[in-house]
Design a binder for this molecule. Structure first.
Ligand code: FES
Length: 89
């Protein structure tokens, strides 16, 4: 018998958190963990909700301070940043 902690099915592909990027002011040298699964309630960052999926967060370090646009649709080819792909979804 398998042990399961949640009855909610976990997706095999990323969930679309939103069809737009998340604009965030980042600090140079600070480490961020971008949510790749789309299930986090702390978008665009990981809150551990990927547990039980084959996905995990992506560690990213800001090379300078300022505003960046993290991918919200989770389909970007330029993780963790938006590449405009949400416009085609
Ligand atoms: S909650 Fe989505 S990658 Fe961790």
């Amino acid at each position: 018998m398998s042990e399961q902690t949640s009855s909610a099915p976990k997706p095999a592909v990323p969930h679309i958190a939103q069809k737009a990027p998340f604009a965030v002011e980042v600090e140079e040298g600070k480490i961020y963990f971008w949510c790749a699964c789309g299930l986090s309630s702390r978008q665009p960052f990981c809150d551990g909700s990927h547990k039980g999926t084959d996905m995990q967060s992506l560690k990213w370090t800001a090379d300078k301070s300022g505003k960046v646009w993290f991918c919200g649709c989770k389909a970007t080819a330029r993780q963790p940043m938006c590449d405009g792909r949400h416009k085609a979804l």
